[in-house]
Design a protein around this ligand. Structure first.
Ligand SMILES: *[C@@H]1O[C@H](CO)[C@@H](O)[C@H](O)[C@H]1NC(C)=O
Ligand SMILES: *[C@@H]1O[C@H](CO)[C@@H](O)[C@H](O)[C@H]1NC(C)=O
Ligand SMILES: *[C@@H]1O[C@H](CO)[C@@H](O)[C@H](O)[C@H]1NC(C)=O
Ligand SMILES: *[C@@H]1O[C@H](CO)[C@@H](O)[C@H](O)[C@H]1NC(C)=O
Ligand SMILES: *[C@@H]1O[C@H](CO)[C@@H](O)[C@H](O)[C@H]1NC(C)=O
Ligand SMILES: *[C@@H]1O[C@H](CO)[C@@H](O)[C@H](O)[C@H]1NC(C)=O
Ligand SMILES: *[C@@H]1O[C@H](CO)[C@@H](O)[C@H](O)[C@H]1NC(C)=O
Ligand SMILES: *[C@@H]1O[C@H](CO)[C@@H](O)[C@H](O)[C@H]1NC(C)=O
Length: 649
């Protein structure tokens, strides 16, 4: 059962008060109006011809009813969706079903397609509030396109869209114009030359994010290090190549030039040892998953190695200076994020408010040492299979602090099954996006559907109240107190990232350095110390670290600000944690966790983090994200108790 609490009840959020004294007080909540954007009608039945003129009298197609559930189940998923530079249209990807057979003119409304949706209640000349850009595109216009069309993003020229690892190009025409028809629309794949001889298909790109200068691209690519699935992030210049001479495809494509791997080749890793001491390097640029760029394009936004144990946060790093900013610090899990055109705000999608991760991260100020072995599994607790627990929040540039944990954009806490904008069974999906004028945000949501509700799951399934029983929806948040601002000019980024590693064809990323096995001391920044033991799997001296055991002695990393009404002084951690990772496969991990921590502060403040006597054993495959635990891990903060989710919920 999802544990959904009101925002008011939420906040154990504590900001590490080491933040700069120049941090201004948090902003007051602002008025936000939410409207649902129109989508094509739904055909519940995907049989050929089921999308007939009764459902769509204009014969412009139907989209699938179910979907949006997951990255792995693609039926009906929409992937929203950036604004076009005019701020009046958003791009989305949807799956059309039920098209009649060729030569019926409606036969083109089939499969995954890229659409433009009007955001201002107006329509295209045919009367639809949407236009399918790719439906009916002649195969000859896209002979080498790939199947991937996710995270569609607009180029500032209004004529091109990045969709998956393809670029959709309407030539001289604005995408919204009547002249931009499928026959003048082309789709070109993006090629990353990775082989030594330049031949072959090139590297696989995922999670592509366009830089706002329209010229550079950020992306991620999977790798296998020590037998485990991982990924690295890259930055490159996009260049159209009308007639490549080598590499596949041998047709018009975009090439990636001046590719940089976003790692600091010689940096001290986030956890290292020196002279018997554990060193925590929070200046390490740990671009775990690249999430995009700031509005000005000066910073890369990413989910990185945590600054506190089991607490997944978003960070920004300056492309030139390498200076890091922590954008969020709330214990819950953040992932999709977009920074406003003026760089002063983020819209994040986060599990905050659901208490899903608090059992792991609710005690603040634990240094991220067990995370050397636990991150893969703690981050994977964020979903229940395809079901996400995200809602969109507006956070200012200075991030979570004091009572401020951002403003939930879509009201709340909401009534499950109501279908209202704050229905907690409608969860936000990647990515949210700012309008170019900084006064609107678009996001999309998917409803929890069987088997993540119903059947043996204690969460009931609620019928969808969306048109046609659709289980996904596209939402526009209007920040009505903000005047639309002109889109700030964006400077062209340099090809070079001084702190990065120029990519060499054929090279594979190095494993992030890890400390040698042994027993060390970690000094608290403010008080006390911890004894830290790093050991290999099966106690093998040569194996990668698989066990981290830490015993805390009056440990404190600094002053904490708690959000339950007043500021406290230092809080001190005593007790131990002992965490062992077992690799079941490249993606499937089992963790054995023993904790008995107590944190005490002034005025009777007390937090505990304890496992059951038999320990807490959690198995999650990162490709499916089903929570499967035996034993318990519970965090309490004063009288608030945070328990783990039930298995498979
Ligand atoms: C149509 O729906 C059925 C049942 O949900 C599914 O198995 C099938 O793959 C769908 N076909 C298409 C073309 O989406
Ligand atoms: C469309 O399909 C439905 C369901 O099969 C049917 O009841 C309806 O008559 C059809 N409409 C047209 C215009 O063919
Ligand atoms: C909506 O935006 C279009 C530009 O795409 C503009 O021409 C039209 O006047 C706007 N309509 C309304 C109702 O604001
Ligand atoms: C369109 O207009 C209707 C009626 O005025 C309003 O309820 C709705 O919120 C508007 N939609 C958008 C996307 O602005
Ligand atoms: C962004 O925030 C800074 C510091 O709070 C402020 O000086 C600046 O004017 C803001 N920029 C915009 C465009 O509002
Ligand atoms: C913990 O450290 C603080 C600050 O140094 C000190 O005042 C306090 O006496 C210590 N407590 C114990 C039990 O050592
Ligand atoms: C950690 O726990 C394991 C049992 O899971 C035990 O073998 C090991 O000795 C413990 N490590 C420390 C340093 O206590
Ligand atoms: C749950 O994890 C255990 C290992 O702790 C494993 O044996 C079992 O097969 C897993 N169950 C599921 C449904 O994955």
């Amino acid at each position: 059962m999802a544990r959904l609490v009101s925002l008011g009840a939420l906040l154990v959020a504590i900001a590490l008060a080491s933040a700069s004294p120049r941090v201004p007080p948090p902003p007051e909540p602002e008025p936000i109006e939410i409207v649902e954007l129109p989508l094509p009608p739904v055909s519940a039945n995907n049989a050929t011809g089921s999308c007939n003129l009764s459902i769509n009298p204009r014969g412009t197609g139907c989209i699938a009813q179910k979907g949006g559930g997951s990255d792995t189940k693609t039926i009906g998923i929409i992937a929203s969706g950036d604004f076009l530079p005019d701020g009046k249209h958003v791009i989305t990807m949807a799956t059309f079903v039920g098209a009649p057979e060729h030569p019926d003119p409606a036969s083109i409304y089939d499969g995954e397609q890229i659409l433009l949706i009007k955001t201002n209640n107006s329509t295209f000349p045919n009367g639809d509030p949407w236009k399918c850009l790719t439906c009916g595109m002649p195969a000859d216009n896209a002979p080498h396109r790939t199947a991937l069309l996710d995270y569609p993003q607009a180029f500032a020229d209004g004529k091109r869209i990045l969709a998956g690892d393809n670029i959709i190009d309407c030539g001289e025409y604005d995408l919204t114009s009547v002249e931009c028809t499928p026959t003048v629309t082309y789709m070109y794949p993006i090629h990353w030359e990775t082989s030594l001889d330049g031949e072959g298909k090139g590297g696989a790109l995922r999670e592509l994010r366009l830089h706002p200068d329209d010229i550079h691209l950020g992306f991620s690519s999977f790798n296998f290090i020590n037998g485990q699935l991982g990924q690295s992030a890259y930055f490159a210049r996009l260049q159209f190549n009308p007639s490549p001479e080598k590499g596949l495809p041998l047709g018009p494509r975009y090439d990636l030039l001046s590719v940089t791997r976003m790692v600091e080749p010689n940096a001290i890793p986030p956890i290292s040892v020196k002279d018997g001491q554990v060193i925590i390097n929070r200046d390490y640029i740990s671009v775990g998953e690249l999430r995009g760029f700031s509005g000005s394009g000066k910073e890369v936004i990413y989910v990185g190695f945590g600054w506190e144990s089991s607490n997944t946060d978003a960070f920004a790093v300056h492309l030139q200076t390498g200076k890091i900013r922590r954008l969020t610090s709330h214990p819950e899990y953040v992932d999709p994020i977009d920074v406003s055109p003026d760089d002063n705000w983020s819209v994040i999608e986060d599990t905050r408010g659901t208490d899903r991760q608090m059992f792991l991260a609710g005690m603040r100020g634990i240094p991220p040492v067990t995370d050397l072995v636990s991150t893969r599994i703690t981050t994977a607790t964020r979903n229940n299979g395809p079901r996400r627990f995200f809602q969109p929040f507006l956070v200012d540039r200075y991030g979570d602090r004091g009572d401020y944990a951002g403003q939930k954009i879509n009201g709340g806490p909401g009534v499950p099954g109501s279908g209202d904008i704050d229905d907690p069974e409608w969860n936000a999906m990647a990515d949210p996006r700012w309008s170019p004028h900084g006064n609107e945000i678009v996001y999309w949501q998917a409803q929890t559907i069987f088997p993540e509700c119903g059947g043996p799951n204690p969460l009931p399934c609620y019928p969808s109240k969306a048109p046609g029983g659709r289980t996904y929806r596209l939402m526009l948040a209007k920040l009505v107190s903000r005047a639309p601002k002109p889109y700030p000019p964006v400077e062209e980024a340099s090809d070079e990232i001084p702190w990065g590693e120029p990519y060499i064809r054929g090279s594979v990323p190095n494993a992030r350095g890890e400390p040698p096995q042994g027993v060390y001391t970690l000094k608290g920044k403010a008080a006390g110390y911890a004894k830290v033991s790093f050991a290999g799997a099966g106690n093998s001296a040569s194996a990668p670290i698989a066990n981290v055991a830490v015993t805390y002695h009056n440990f404190s990393d600094g002053k904490l600000t708690y959000t339950n009404g007043y500021e406290k002084g230092l809080a001190f951690i005593n007790g131990y944690e002992n965490v062992t990772l077992e690799f079941l496969s490249a993606t499937n991990n089992l963790i054995h966790w023993y904790s008995d921590l107590v944190q005490t502060g002034q005025d009777g403040f007390i937090a505990t983090k304890k496992t059951s006597p038999d320990g807490f054993h959690l198995n999650i495959d990162v490709t499916t994200n089903f929570f499967n635990a035996s034993g318990t891990l519970t965090t309490t903060v004063n009288d608030k108790v945070y328990k783990q989710p039930l298995n498979a919920t």
